[in-house]
Write a protein that binds this ligand. Sequence first.
Ligand code: SAM
Ligand code: SF4
Ligand code: SF4
Length: 358
Amino acid sequence: MHNTHMTSRSKPDDMPARRPEPVADALGRPLHDLRISLLDQCNFRCPYCMPEAEFHSDYEFLKRQQRLTYDEIVRVAAGASALGVSKLRLTGGEPLLDKNICELIERIAVLPGVKDLALTTNGMLLSPLAEKLVVAGLDRVTVSLDSIDKDIFRGMSGGRGNVDQVLAGIKAAGAAGLGPIKINVVVQKGVNDHTILDLLEYFRGTGTIVRMIEFMDVGNRNGWRMDQVVSSRSSLQQIQKRWPLRPIGRSYPGEVARRYEYVDGGGEIGFISSVTEPFCGDCSRARLSADGMLYTCLFANQGTDLREPLRGGADDDELRDILSSTWLQRADRYSELRRPDIAEHHVLKKVEMYRIGG
Ligand code: SAM
Ligand code: SF4
Ligand code: SF4
């Protein structure tokens, strides 16, 4: 916990401290993390996630009644924490488009077993909200920012983002105590790879951790091609020429980023190499979509519907049984099996990133 503020994270004394009943999947991996997508809508149209041509003004997003209510989300979060989930992340779409998000944060932050509550955002709406998020009980934010070049950033947000506004959001989040802040950079060949060093220079020495993410073949709508992927190895080489780096260990088991630090003391950088160096062996994450589907892999082509039992009267024990049996059967390791050279591999119908939030 990094907050210095008094937050609603202090759990009431009368809340029973139920011992979690950890579950392991078919490959022996525990369930530690849950990512909750609050809504499928977004104020950006990043071409690698929600290309404008597909997600145009007539596109039908989920209707209010199709999305889980806060009561339903809290029940799933509580069930997951009873099975060993201690890290939760709110995401989207763009989670800060949800006007009542602080109310949900207050309710999740006090669940027994929840040790780390984070949020992933594109940062456009962050600045005026940062303080309120901390007071509600949020621990950390990750902000996605692909370039600090105004025009390139704008292009990568589908013509909707303003880099100064996002940078102001990052500053406000740091001042409010939501650090250490992580910055996600999706690196795409010929699009923003030539602006990485400027971005790193901006954040060096600030305590903010930049993470280079390989462009992934999530979903079926972003026109992914292997030749647009910049491997972590090549980003690392590019950075090393300017600032020597050395590897540092993981901060927790199952961490997806390979961590490095600047030899000169400028801080930490991470590399998330899902395409060229898969890390399925440690993957301990489940993902809940806004309409209540539980996915056990970012590249899943099917999920488990939780909304139907939630609305059909399932009690907490039944809900926990569904969660645990879903996890027990899990054998996903898409990235390890990925064959970019085989066309059929891309025909698989996969869940879209904006539905499950990365
Ligand atoms: N809208 C929020 C945001 O952008 O931070 C949260 C949802 S977004 C789907 C979560 C993360 O997924 C972002 O950091 C985004 O850059 C990343 N992402 C989306 N599509 C991706 C892709 N094809 N490859 C790699 N990362 C991707
Ligand atoms: Fe929106 Fe985030 Fe997807 Fe960009 S990456 S379109 S900000 S959900
Ligand atoms: Fe986890 Fe699936 Fe990614 Fe492998 S491909 S690390 S199982 S989400």
